[in-house]
Structures are given as C-alpha cells and as structure tokens.
Design a protein around this ligand. Sequence first.
Ligand code: ADP
Ligand code: MG
Length: 267
Amino acid sequence: MNATTDLLLAGNALQYRIDGIDILRGPDVAVQRGELVGLIGPNGAGKSTLLRLLCGLETPTTGSVQWCGQALLSLPPAERARRIGYLAQGARAQWPVSVQRVVELGRLPYQGFWASPRAEDSAAVEHAMQLAEVIAYRNRVATTLSGGEQTLVMLARIFATRPQLIFADEPVAALDPYHQLHVMELLRNHAQGDNAAVVVLHDLSLAARFCDRLYLLQHGALFASGTPGAVLTPDNLRAVYGIESRISCDEQGVSVTPVKRVREGHP
Ligand code: ADP
Ligand code: MG
C-alpha cells in the first residue's frame, strides 16, 4: 500500500469556532481509498460539524482539507459534487415530488441545467434505486414516506451520483434492524477499490463490525483513533460516554453493550 496515493481525503488540524466557542479543536482525520471510517462520540462532540468541514460545506477557522493532495475548496463545486456525496443527519425529502425525481437529482452534477438526461443518467438512477431497495415506491410522493424510508431515498440519491467518497451522518438512526444492516452493507460495499465512506454512528456494535477504523471524538477533539478493537475499550467508553460497557466477541464479530451510566450529567 502506498500511503500517499492511497490517501483520498485529509483534514489537518481542523479548528472551527463559532460565536467565540471552539466546536472543533484541531482534529486530524484521514480517509484512505477502500476504507470505511466510523466517526463516533457523544451528542455535541462535533461529529456533524467535522463531517460538514470534510465535505467542503463549511470552511474551517484554521486548518485545511485536502482532496488527493489538493485543497478541497479549490475544486470547482460541480467537481466536488461529483466526487463527494453527503447524507445530512436526519435528511428528508424537501419537495413533494416522486421518489424517482428525488433520486434523479443525484445526477445534477453531471448535467447542464436544461440538458435532458442521458442513458447513463437513467442507468445510474435505476441502479441506485435498486441498491437502496426503493424501487417499490418510486412513484410515491417522497415527502409522504416514513422517516426511515426517506433516509433510503436520500441515500439512493447519493448513489445515483456515483461519488468516490460518501459521508453519511447517522444514516441508520431512523432505521429498523434489517435496514440498519442493509445501509451498513451498502456503505461497506461502496468503500472498496478507489472509493471510501465515512459514517457517523451511535451504534457501537455496528461501528465495530463494519468499520475499518474509528475516530472517537470528545468535546471537538480526538480522544482516540485506530482499529475498532483499539478504540472500543471499556476505559475509552467510560471516559468519553460516561458508561460502563460490556464488550464481547463471537463469530459474528464484536458487540458493545452499554450496561449503565457511571455518572450523571453529560460527560
Ligand atoms: P454532534 O454531531 O457530535 O452531535 P455537532 O457537530 O452537531 O455535534 O455540534 C457540536 C457542538 O457545536 C454542539 O454543542 C452544538 O450545539 C454546537 N454547534 C454546532 N453548530 C453550531 C452553530 N451554528 N452555532 C452554535 N453552536 C453550534
Ligand atoms: Mg450530529
């Protein structure tokens, strides 16, 4: 493995300050080709803010984000939109249009505003709807779907873009167990070859089973990073989440069970 050419995205010493409050305190984050990276940490730790910086939606107060060694924000917006897909936390369909139309919006970075879709656009949309298993409700008005169904539609829209790197902020939070596994498998399958994905999760067992590496964030700074086995230790979970946990391993992988709070109040 060549460390330089395998590096897809790097966030260096990212600081983000708003209204005099330091929301991010200089974490370094790297995403290699072929990796599924998990971002974990308590509510308010700065995960969503970090994701928005890494995909170029916000500008860091200090620090930089590099895409393949080049400043991310120097790439033309359409190029960024083709390379990077972003699923916002709690993403919902915004307009009362059909599911298929929402997924078609994922092709906009490839089209002039008035251009008609080409065969490859239609093929990408069809494939994305199949992947996310939203074909059955392709003609439904997207805003009438349940929250979990809308998550899958918004994910299909991202797959329709065929980005190299996908950022997904708590994509499984509103999903039943079948669809939680489904979405994790989709992200895992995406993160191969030249592609990669970064996913924010609260389910530590899913993080342990599916992710290659984890970043554990606390108060806007990195508390730990590395393999799930190195990061998901009872000591780390006590220090960061304020919980006692049981960590077990069987042929299905690692499971993390929160057992009880070890102190009251937010850690
Ligand atoms: P997480 O996704 O880990 O739950 P966020 O990145 O959403 O955390 O937020 C981190 C902290 O920054 C929170 O305390 C939040 O209230 C604060 N924050 C985020 N965005 C803003 C903003 N625009 N103005 C003020 N505070 C913000
Ligand atoms: Mg968040």
